[in-house]
Design a protein around this ligand. Structure first.
Ligand SMILES: [Zn+2]
Length: 135
């Protein structure tokens, strides 16, 4: 994830987190996906890349459990845009939102669960940081 963040810098990197099937299983694979937004401020998972990564995971008996993207100018914390994306109806609330920040010249990786709230997304959505274990 860190390598991908540097590779596409100054644009935002993105990709999918793949885990063994089941509840709270360890993430075993990162699948880089092209940022279709081609931007340093926002990311859009390329739909074809998303589909291919999902197919590879499925073929391996694994499942997509989250998304990673990088922040090139801000901290590794979900932005208002991220929260809006994370709380869309089709996005599973169990997804991990891993964010790599390159804002300070060294990579910082943090991960969050973002759950929908009612009303204003930024103040009422649940943003909970989770522990990242790297093997
Ligand atoms: Zn973001």
């Amino acid at each position: 994830m860190l390598a991908e963040a540097w590779r596409v810098y100054p644009n935002e990197a993105c990709g999918l987190l793949v885990a063994e099937r089941g509840i709270d299983r360890p993430i075993v694979r990162f699948e880089p996906v092209e940022n279709a937004a081609d931007s340093s401020r926002v990311f859009t998972l390329d739909p074809m890349g998303f589909m291919k990564a999902e197919r590879r995971a499925d073929d391996a008996g694994l499942e997509v459990v989250g998304v990673m993207h990088s922040h090139t100018h801000t901290a590794a914390y979900p932005s208002a845009t991220d929260v809006a994306e994370a709380t869309k109806p089709l996005v599973p609330p169990t997804w991990h939102w891993a964010i790599v920040s390159l804002a300070w010249g060294f990579p910082e990786l943090r991960s969050f669960r973002v759950t929908p709230g009612e009303g204003d997304v930024m103040t009422l959505a649940g943003i909970v940081e989770e522990r990242v274990v790297l093997s």
